[in-house]
Design a protein around this ligand. Structure first.
Ligand code: RP5
Length: 168
C-alpha cells in the first residue's frame, strides 16, 4: 500500500503564548479546509527573543512562504518576525488584556516604513481572515486553490440567501 504523501509545509502559524491557541486555531481550521500545509510555532518577542529571531531568519530557507503571527498585549511578535525575514507577515492582534486587543492592534499595525505587517482584525475574525488572506496570495499561482476560494466565496453568498429565507 502506498503511504499518504505528507503536505508540504508552506505557512507558519506563530503565536506568542499557548493562551493564544483558541484564537489562532481559527486560522488553522481554514488552512485545513483549503488543504494548505502549515506548522504551529510557539515563540515570544519578549520572553524568547533569540528563539523568535532564529525562527524568523530560517523560515524562508525551510520553504515557508507566508507567516501568520498572533500575539496579545504589547504585541511585537509579528513586527519582530518581519524584521528578520523577507517573507510576507500577516499579524493577528489578540484580545488578551484589559485593553481588549486595542493594545495589540496598535502594536501590530503601526510598523515603521520599510517593514510591513499586514494586520487583520482583533481576535477570531482576524485569525480566520489571516488564513484566508494567505490562501488568496497563494492562489495567485495555484489554480486548484483558486477554485477552492471561488467555491468558498460562492458558499458564503448562498448562506446569506438561505438565512434570509429562514427570516420569512
Ligand atoms: C502575549 O501576551 C501573548 O501573545 C499573549 O496574548 C499575552 C499573554 O500571554 P500569557 O501571559 O497568557 O502567556 O505575549
Amino acid at each position: 500500500m502506498k503511504a499518504k504523501k505528507a503536505k508540504k509545509v508552506l505557512v507558519s502559524v506563530v503565536m506568542g503564548s499557548d493562551s493564544d491557541l483558541p484564537v489562532m486555531s481559527e486560522a488553522t481550521k481554514i488552512l485545513d479546509e483549503f488543504g494548505i500545509g502549515y506548522e504551529l510555532i510557539l515563540t515570544s518577542a519578549h520572553r524568547a527573543p533569540s528563539r523568535t529571531a532564529k525562527f524568523a531568519s530560517e523560515a524562508k530557507e525551510r520553504g515557508i512562504q507566508i507567516i501568520i503571527a498572533g500575539a496579545g498585549a504589547a504585541a511585537h511578535l509579528a513586527g519582530v518576525i518581519a524584521s528578520h525575514t523577507p517573507l510576507p507577515v500577516i499579524g493577528v492582534p489578540i484580545d488578551a488584556t484589559s485593553l481588549k486587543g486595542l493594545d495589540a492592534l496598535l502594536a501590530t499595525v503601526q510598523m515603521p516604513g520599510g517593514i510591513p505587517v499586514a494586520t487583520m482584525a482583533i481576535g477570531k475574525a482576524g485569525a480566520k481572515n489571516a488564513a484566508i488572506f494567505a490562501s488568496r496570495m497563494m492562489a495567485i499561482s495555484d489554480k486548484t486553490l483558486a477554485k477552492k476560494l471561488d467555491d468558498y466565496i460562492a458558499n458564503m453568498a448562498k448562506d446569506v440567501e438561505a438565512k434570509q429565507k429562514k427570516l420569512l
